[in-house]
Design a protein around this ligand. Structure first.
Ligand code: BES
Ligand code: ZN
Ligand code: ZN
Length: 496
């Protein structure tokens, strides 16, 4: 994890990061160096010779005079102001290109404090390398840039310093999410997941930070009636868990939210075994759980005045002689019965248990949010970079979408059409776990809706595509676990 600093005045660093933009259709270029005055003439000549375009995600390195290296990161078309997310991504792309570097100064447009915050956040988020499991090749893989300095005229502004601390918290807890996702299921069983979160809980400050943690094991889950978590986890030698974190602020409580995250540490599909091709990506099926747990710790680290109750149902979905069979009927916590027609639709079963449990607390909630890599249909509908939001309360959804506009994460509202609900009817149980194949993402949402009290504002975030990047790295997003949803959850709480 890098150190984040801010500076103004004379530039002293190994590497300087500058913005590059296109000024017209004929290949015109300009340098955006924010508050740092530079002599750009000769640089622009070489950049032209090199065929630079200033396009987004273009990164060009040139030798410098007063600094060892200058790195240009594309901001797209020249503009008076750049969207925060453009700056975040450009800074992140630069950081990713700086693995093995000790320190770099980012001189990008920072017209105001929020722009500065976006640059710091992007630069920090891009400085991520996962090498925990490299053995003999470890030394071939360089570490992320160690010290990131943002060049800005706001250097002595106390608010700017606070925003840098915030950016560091966002990056640290996003890295926790990414690490958990990237850790293979051999090393991230449900039990191992709880231990890693318990360690992070401690380093966030534990009880002193207003946090509490508790874990139910398979025996307790069984005796207390968590039929969804047990039914999904029973095929595996690695037994399921239900992890609970609560955060109570020391300051007056503005609101109370519950977070619930899908924590399938590996989804083979169970007896509805998935095809081998691509199954390895199912190590990411705990991304929702990782996001809600890390977001809760981040909210505590930022001392935000909102109480959070977080639930992570954790299980490994495996085929075996103990596994749940198609046609088995399970009883969700609270009493609803579900006919398991497809054991690969397991996320909704563990979530149903946890969603019901989350509403059984003594404090009245202002909202509940579940986060899950729930359906392949989400990826078909929205692709790999846009997540879906479904809701029973349009105001809450708008509030969340406004938060995503600030966080820079791409979310899109999806409906829960009433007419699809009857496809979940079962001839033998209260409900079946699958319904109409068409609109599969919405059917999954409608399944979960059955477990939410009508008057409780609820959001269902399906992050199946964006949680795990199997394509190329881009902006501040690496290959593998991305950390999606954490920033928007934090932004929602900040706006509460
Ligand atoms: N974990 C998968 C969903 C998924 C697919 C996540 C692709 C990330 C990328 C989920 O448990 C699943 O298998 N869903 C089934 C549901 C179906 C059987 C109704 C699906 O989407 O195919
Ligand atoms: Zn599945
Ligand atoms: Zn799954």
């Amino acid at each position: 994890m890098s150190t984040l600093k801010i500076t103004e005045g004379a530039l002293k660093d190994e590497v300087l990061v500058l913005g590059l933009v296109s000024t017209n259709e004929k290949g015109g270029l300009a340098i955006e160096s924010g508050d740092l005055a530079i002599d750009s003439k000769s640089l622009l000549v070489s950049l032209n010779d090199m065929g630079a375009t200033g396009a987004v995600d273009e990164v060009i390195k040139v030798p410098g005079n007063s600094v060892r290296l200058i790195l240009f990161t594309g901001l797209g078309k020249k503009s008076k102001i750049y969207p925060h997310e453009t700056l975040r991504r450009a800074a992140g792309a630069a950081s990713r290109a700086l693995d093995g570097t000790n320190s770099a100064t980012f001189a990008l447009p920072t017209n105001d404090l929020l722009t500065l915050s976006a640059v710091a956040e992007g630069a920090a988020l891009g400085a991520y390398v996962f090498s925990d499991f490299r053995g003999s090749t470890k030394s071939d893989h360089k570490a992320a840039v160690k010290t990131i300095t943002v060049y800005s005229k706001f250097a002595s502004n106390p608010e700017a310093k606070a925003l840098l601390v915030r950016a560091k918290v966002i990056a640290d807890y996003t890295f926790l999410v990414r690490d958990l996702i990237n850790t293979p299921p051999s090393h991230l069983t449900p039990d191992a997941f709880t231990k890693k979160i318990a360690a992070a809980f401690k380093s966030t400050g534990g009880l002193k930070a207003g946090l509490k943690i508790s874990i139910l094991d398979e025996k307790q889950l069984k005796s207390q009636g968590f039929g969804g978590i047990i039914g999904v986890g029973q095929g595996s030698a690695n037994p399921p868990r239900l992890l609970h974190i609560s955060y109570t602020p020391k300051t007056p409580i503005k609101k109370r939210f519950a977070f619930v995250g899908k924590g399938i540490t590996f989804d083979t599909g169970g007896l509805a075994l998935k095809p081998a091709l691509g199954m390895e990506a199912m190590k990411s099926d705990m991304s929702g759980a990782a996001a809600v747990c890390a977001a809760t710790l981040a909210i505590a680290a930022l001392k935000l005045p909102v109480a959070i109750e977080t639930w992570a149902p954790l299980a490994e979905n495996m085929p075996s002689d103990k596994a749940t069979r198609p046609s088995d009927i399970i009883t969700i916590f609270g009493g609803k019965t579900v006919e398991v027609l497809n054991p690969d639709a397991e996320g909704r079963l563990v979530l149903a248990d946890a969603i019901v449990k989350a509403q059984a607390g003594k404090n009245k909630l202002d909202g509940i949010i579940d986060v899950a890599t729930l359906t392949g249909a989400q990826v078909v509908a929205l692709g790999t970079r846009t997540s879906a939001v479904m809701t029973n309360n349009e105001d809450f959804s708008h509030e969340f979408l406004a938060a995503t506009a600030r966080s820079g994460e791409q979310f899109w509202p999806m409906p829960l059409p009433e007419e699809l609900r009857e496809s979940l009817d079962s001839p033998v149980a209260d409900m079946a776990n699958i319904g109409d194949r068409n609109g599969g993402m919405l059917v999954a949402g409608l399944f979960l809706k059955e477990f939410v009290q009508q008057d409780l504002p609820w959001l269902h975030l399906d992050i199946a595509g964006p949680a795990f990047n199997t394509a190329k790295a881009h902006g501040y997003t690496p290959v593998g676990g991305t950390g999606i949803a954490l920033r928007s959850l934090v932004a929602l709480v900040e706006g509460a």
